[in-house]
Design a protein around this ligand. Structure first.
Ligand SMILES: *[C@@H]1O[C@H](CO)[C@@H](O)[C@H](O)[C@H]1NC(C)=O
Ligand SMILES: *[C@@H]1O[C@H](CO)[C@@H](O)[C@H](O)[C@H]1NC(C)=O
Ligand SMILES: *[C@@H]1O[C@H](CO)[C@@H](O)[C@H](O)[C@H]1NC(C)=O
Length: 508
């Protein structure tokens, strides 16, 4: 199987390369010569060209070999695969049982036949091979020109109030973080975009509008993200949903250690993979205990993993356009990229930290309520290259993904939208106690909060013993960010003022 295949040996040598790369990064990091990720290591350190990037033709052969091998990975029965996955993905923990997506899809998962799986694998492989034949990049070259990699930010939007939300984010990026990164905004071609909205956005400068043909409705509209990832003109990009607020200067994400070492970063969702999901039979390995991911923000380098990251984008795009099948295994587009990494035998890149519910105790009328209301996922940022070499180092907040503000009017015009957050002092995603959190979810008001955390023995973890803590929003940041925090809070308030929209109308 996977372990004995020639490709696997090749993968080990890749890991040696990777280790070399990481070692070099660490050396650069600690000698303080490093300025940013885009630095040309090869030129700077006289490293011969082939050490990291063999040519595209050679990489394609390696990738094609992997695809052929994957097609032939045996397909266990649904029961066998679920049983094998149960060790690392115990059903009762990690929100697996409470997630409506999992509960709703169980019947479909058990109906997936061996024939369905063979067809699904063949379709993805044919898709990549056809793209290669057409002369498209399936492997992304390190640089298409002799210059530095191109870097930009991409967003999706168009209908409803998405453009107003996009404008709020751009205002932060340009006028608070003073970052002039080029921005591409993707919309469905048949969406009516208000000319005034367009003009309002263009004022920020270095903005291009791009269109995607063929709007679909419902959850299937989510394929616009996959298309935007594929069709944008950058080698490296930061994608953000119109309701995800960047809490740092954009360039800090690109400079981060996790990004340099993994070639992309995805942030976690609130539940873990289910062992009975038929995706494991398709991928050909049992559930491994990952957290699902939410793609309100994604940092991606097409040249990552020896350029194979471009094949990841192509695979995810195919899954998203074939959502009638694939969205039984992934809630919308979210996990398609992660599955694509697994199909190609690549490690799945994560930010490494669990999210924190962000919100507060004040209702929209300014009255204090008993229960904390988390309407936003605070996603933690990454490790800057000059961070202290200290296990106690914790990144600052990275993004506020205000994903419940736009779905319900209970938040409209909230007073002090970001006043507190629930902090998990031990929040590395590998931490087993994260599987033992209980939540209060007030569906009526769209408020989520962590209720309790338990040890393996079933006793409650108190805040004194590193249990969940509620802290003021500003306490999560290093000192000196007061002006920026003021601006962030204003943006949050304006977002909440926009109120809710019918779910089906919102592009993203
Ligand atoms: C939760 O998990 C248990 C044990 O695996 C299972 O028996 C039960 O049916 C599950 N409940 C739901 C709602 O899926
Ligand atoms: C944000 O990053 C950009 C690009 O690196 C830089 O030019 C700008 O000065 C930074 N902004 C602040 C406020 O430091
Ligand atoms: C807040 O005020 C609005 C309008 O004045 C009112 O309808 C609503 O019931 C109030 N909500 C709460 C939670 O007090």
């Amino acid at each position: 199987m996977l372990q004995t295949a020639p490709w696997a040996n090749r993968s080990r040598s890749r890991w040696i390369h990777c280790a070399v790369f990481i070692t070099i990064s660490v050396v650069i990091l600690f000698t303080g010569w490093h300025n940013h990720v885009g630095v040309d290591y090869k030129a700077a350190y006289g490293i011969p060209t082939p050490w990291r990037w063999s040519n595209i033709a050679e990489e394609w052969i390696a990738l094609d070999t992997r695809l052929e091998e994957w097609i032939n990975v045996p397909i266990p029965s649904a029961e066998d695969m679920a049983r094998q996955g149960e060790a690392l993905c115990p059903t009762g923990l990690g929100g697996r049982n409470e997630t409506s997506f999992h509960v709703d899809q169980q019947a479909y998962w058990s109906s997936v036949t061996t024939g369905d799986i063979k067809r699904a694998r063949q379709d993805l492989v044919d898709w990549l091979r056809a793209a290669h034949k057409r002369g498209e990049f399936v492997i992304w070259p390190e640089t298409r020109t002799k210059q530095k990699k191109t870097r930009g930010m991409i967003m999706t939007g168009g209908n409803g109030r998405t453009m107003r939300r996009v404008a709020l984010t751009l205002d932060l990026v340009r006028n608070v973080y003073h970052n002039q990164i080029p921005v591409e905004i993707f919309s469905f071609a048949d969406e009516l975009i208000d000319e005034r909205d367009k003009a309002m956005i263009e004022r920020f400068g270095k903005i291009s509008f791009k269109t995607i043909q063929g709007k679909k409705t419902g959850a299937k509209r989510h394929y616009i993200k996959g298309r935007a990832f594929l069709r944008n003109s950058f080698d490296e990009f930061l994608y953000i949903d119109s309701d995800s607020i960047p809490l740092q200067n954009i360039s800090q994400y690109f400079d981060a250690v996790e990004y340099a070492s993994q070639g992309s970063v995805f942030w976690p969702d609130i539940y873990k993979d289910h062992s009975a999901n038929a995706i494991w039979r398709i991928i050909g390995e049992p559930c491994g205990g990952d957290w699902a991911q939410e793609t309100g923000q994604v940092l991606f380098d097409r040249t990552g993993n020896f350029g194979w990251n471009q094949a990841v984008l192509l695979l995810a795009d195919r899954m998203q356009t074939q959502g009638d099948f694939w969205y039984h295994f992934s809630y919308g587009d979210k996990d398609t990229w992660r599955y694509a990494f697994k199909i190609l035998g690549l490690p799945t890149p994560t930010s490494g930290r669990s999210y924190s519910p962000l919100g507060g105790y004040l209702d929209r009328n300014g009255t204090r309520q008993e229960q904390f209301c988390g309407h936003t996922m605070l996603q933690w940022g990454l490790t800057p290259p000059d961070a202290p070499d200290d296990t106690r180092y914790h990144p600052e907040p990275g993004f506020a993904h205000a994903n419940m503000l736009k779905y319900h009017d209970s938040h409209k015009g909230r007073v002090d939208v970001f006043s507190q957050l629930q902090r998990l002092p031990v929040d590395a995603l590998t931490e087993p106690s994260l599987e033992r959190l209980s939540y209060v979810f007030d569906w009526e008001a769209r408020c989520l909060s962590i209720e309790k955390q338990y040890t393996e023995e079933g006793t409650e973890v108190n805040p004194d013993d590193d249990g969940p803590l509620t802290i003021p929003f500003e306490d999560a940041f290093l000192p000196g960010r007061e002006q920026e925090l003021l601006a962030i809070r204003q943006v949050a308030h304006q977002l909440s003022q926009l109120g809710s929209e019918p779910l089906d109308d919102v592009t993203i």
